[in-house]
Design a protein around this ligand. Structure first.
Ligand code: FPP
Length: 286
């Protein structure tokens, strides 16, 4: 894994040149979908699609680290994925262990911190051990955070957060306990990580599939028809270019509307603005 991103061809160089590194997302989350269809189209077994999926994941990790993205989260195995045939689940677990064994030295060398989110205690013992070793090995790394969602479900994460809050309340006999949004964030698996700015989903489905339900409240969503194993560097640059065209409003007015209002003398006065600003009861949806 080299520290420098060298464009592989002119198309990559052009797109890369148009991106503004100062406006890269801090956190990119990816729903890696389409391994099975990729294999099917080539008359290959589904597991060949997963092998190709690992290659694409490796390329994304390397590229995001080179672009100095702070945090990359990959949805690798959902709570619902246990419904797949046992042989496919076993293969995915073996593939994950293989990946950790082969890639962890390079991940560590590149100062990447490896983090797992999800119900790790329900994963096979050997997988859990390897994941814990990888997290321990990279715990002090200060570069990109690579978060892998395994045995993960967004609703299960919220249920786990509420239960951990209830435990805290009971253990401390807090009869007047009040939780705000920060309290809830602090009890999620992702506590301490920034919320994703950009959620990428491959293979065309317009769903969030129970992924980071709380955290993606204001994320920009980018869905591409490209199947995950074909999601190459240039496809990532395209997603970043699209992200940089978005205007993130967080429930407020966009820059264009505000500028137009100022131009027609309709902007609120200082006194009006301070009267309007943050009052929870007045905050609309984003
Ligand atoms: C979806 O394809 C992908 C998965 C179930 C996750 C598997 C992910 C990988 C193998 C990438 C590995 C990542 C790491 C971090 C090692 P699908 O089988 O649902 O495709 P389909 O919808 O076309 O059937």
């Amino acid at each position: 894994m080299s520290d420098l991103l060298k464009p592989a061809n002119r198309a990559e160089a052009t797109l890369l040149g148009e991106l503004d590194p100062a406006r890269f997302p801090k956190h990119i989350a990816m729903i890696m979908d389409g391994n099975g269809r990729w294999a099917e189209r080539r008359h290959l077994p589904r597991v060949a699609g997963h092998r190709a999926g690992v290659k694409a994941a490796r390329e994304m990790i390397r590229t995001c680290a080179q672009l100095k993205i702070s945090c990359l989260t990959l949805y690798a195995f959902s709570l619902e994925n246990w419904r797949r045939p046992e042989a496919e689940v076993d293969f995915l677990m073996r593939l994950l262990r293989e990946y950790l064994k082969r890639e962890m030295p390079s991940i560590h060398r590149n100062n990447i911190r490896f983090i797992v989110i999800g119900r790790m205690n329900q994963l096979p013992e050997a997988v859990r051990r390897d994941l814990e070793d990888s997290m321990r090995l990279t715990a002090r790394n200060t570069g990109m955070k690579l978060v892998v969602a395994l045995n993960y479900g967004g609703r299960a994460e919220l249920a786990d957060a509420f239960n951990s809050l209830l435990d805290h309340v009971r253990a401390n006999g807090l009869s007047a306990f009040h939780a705000d949004e920060q309290t809830i964030s602090d009890h999620l698996y992702t506590a301490g990580l920034p919320d994703p700015d950009l959620l990428i989903r491959t293979s065309g489905e317009m769903r969030v599939s129970n992924f980071l339900l709380w955290q993606i409240a204001y994320a920009e969503i980018y869905v591409t028809e490209t199947l995950w194993p074909d999601f190459s560097r240039i496809r990532l640059f395209e997603a970043l270019a699209d992200f940089q065209t978005r205007e993130r409003r967080y429930g407020g007015l966009g820059r264009n509307v505000a500028a137009r209002d100022r131009a027609v003398g309709d902007a609120p006065s200082e006194a009006e603005r301070s009267d309007r600003s943050p009052h929870p009861a007045r905050m609309g949806r984003g």
